[in-house]
Design a protein. Structure first.
Length: 93
């Protein structure tokens, strides 16, 4: 009851942005797939680099209580199979 359906979707998208950034996907690919602005993706990236405590806490809980690893694997399979131009991981630095 705390969140509206739209707020739930936006929260899920923000969490997915964090996952995809940590997996090395480019801003452009993330924006295209999740239909989010580069500004929003940048803000999430900045928060992850700053501390990311809230995101990490959610991820820890998610992976403890669910099949989080399988969910991430499935999402990456979908992204890998998606015919979306520019969807790629950024090369490791």
């Amino acid at each position: 009851n705390l969140l509206t359906p739209t707020e739930k979707i936006m929260l899920a998208k923000r969490l997915m942005v964090a996952v995809l950034l940590q997996r090395g996907y480019s801003y452009s690919a993330i924006c295209r797939v999740l239909k989010m602005s580069k500004t929003t993706v940048h803000i999430i990236q900045r928060e992850l680099l700053k501390s990311g405590e809230g995101y990490r806490r959610v991820f820890d809980q998610f992976f403890k209580e669910s099949k989080g690893g399988q969910v991430i694997k499935t999402i990456e399979q979908i992204l890998g199979a998606a015919p979306i131009e520019g969807l790629r991981r950024v090369a490791s630095r």
